[in-house]
Design a protein around this ligand. Structure first.
Ligand SMILES: Cc1ncc(COP(=O)(O)O)c(C=O)c1O
Length: 368
């Protein structure tokens, strides 16, 4: 038992238990299990929140990007540029579509280095997948400008960044497609797997709706081959309950990040993420609070002994994972970050005492 667990789903659940159970019971009593009103309601809320014309509920953030690539006809012979410093799904979808991933480096804030982008573009490049890591958006103005110049499609991997903004505009609303994960630990998570794509394109929204449901336009008309990758109606109903609290969840994450900043800013040995509000271009939602730490592995062991659970998400960069066959890339910042990064617990239910305790443990480690 950790004093400060890395995530705390039971505590989260306790706060909304009654509402969730009532909703699930209502959905089952109605018999509304697949693609019913709750999915439509969720899609409307999402589109309106992000500021796009459409949202389409899917079974995961992975399939959101995969179906987008399929719908856009990207496949063998094409190249898609993304980063290595991401959850492997951002790269996997490119490989699974049949296209070739081209990986570029990130900046010190863990987001795609737009200055590296143009160098990676070839005759074969069809799309860019910028990844808004940890709740912080990429420099989308620069990325969109380059994409426009070279006529490339942009699919934003916003799995970790629902509600984040860049220069006042929401994650997911810059590219042709925005992709979100609704995995339980995300800022808006359901009770299992889920994802949602957003777009302004009538054609693409319609195509993704078909692809998520085996190409069935109606019960009797099948217009193309597709997949089964629908968002469950019961998950959508749960998400509709949690949507009411989304802004609150984001505010609390930003509040916790401010407390971490206050506590850790003068600690020698750790590099902390930019504080909320410290730069007017970025509105970060702190899906993760990632430190760059000296003696990182020792710190993690020390915190574990003290009862503070941390996570090192990518100790080996994706392009160095032996099974993936991506070893041709040289990405100095990504490679260095893999040795430095560690995530501290951050979620709305963390209480003041836990946050201060985590801070005091980090301080104690670096005072030795
Ligand atoms: C950056 C990123 N992209 C894609 C995904 C995939 O989302 P899902 O797990 O819903 O398939 C994740 C999930 O953690 C992610 O963090």
């Amino acid at each position: 038992m950790y004093k400060v667990p890395f995530v705390d789903i039971p505590r989260h659940y306790q706060k909304i238990k009654e509402e969730i159970l009532n909703t699930i019971s209502d959905v089952i009593a109605r018999g509304d299990l697949i693609l019913r009103k709750d999915v439509e309601d969720f899609e409307k809320s999402m589109a309106s929140f992000v500021g796009t014309k459409y949202a389409v509920g899917l079974n995961s953030g992975t399939y959101t990007m995969f179906l987008a690539l399929k719908a856009l006809g990207i496949g063998p012979g094409d190249e898609v540029i993304t980063v290595s410093h991401t959850f492997v799904a951002s790269i996997a979808v490119i490989v699974q579509s049949g296209a070739t991933p081209v990986l570029i480096d990130v900046k010190e804030d863990f987001t795609m280095d737009a200055n590296e982008l143009e160098k990676a573009i070839t005759q074969k490049t069809k799309a860019i997948i910028p990844v808004h890591m940890n709740g912080r958006m990429c420099e989308m103005d620069k990325i969109m400008e380059i994409a426009k110049k070279h006529n490339l499609i942009v699919i934003e991997d916003a799995a970790q960044s629902l509600g984040a903004k860049y220069k006042g505009k929401m994650a997911g609303s810059f590219g042709l497609v925005g992709s979100f994960s609704l995995y339980p630990f995300k800022v808006l998570g359901c009770l299992g797997d889920g994802g949602v794509m957003v777009t302004d394109s009538d054609e693409l929204a319609e195509k993704i709706r078909l692809l998520r449901d085996h190409g069935q336009k109606t019960k009797t008309e099948i217009v193309c081959f597709g997949w089964n990758s629908r968002l469950d109606n019961v998950q959508a109903a749960v998400l509709n309950v949690k949507f009411k609290y989304l802004k609150e969840y984001i505010e609390r994450r930003r509040e916790i990040a401010s407390i971490y900043t206050q506590g850790l800013k003068s600690v020698k040995g750790v590099n902390i993420p930019p504080a909320p509000g410290s730069d007017s271009d970025h509105f970060d939602i702190f899906q993760n609070y990632v430190l760059r730490a000296e003696r990182r592995n020792e710190l993690v062991s020390f915190l574990k002994e003290k009862g503070v659970e941390t996570l090192i998400k990518d100790p080996v960069p994706n392009h160095w994972q032996k099974g993936l066959g991506l070893s041709g890339f040289k990405l100095p910042i990504t490679e260095r970050l893999a040795d430095e990064i560690v995530s501290l617990p951050i979620y709305p239910e963390l209480d003041e005492e836990q946050i201060q305790y985590a801070i005091s443990c980090v301080k104690e480690f670096y005072s030795k």
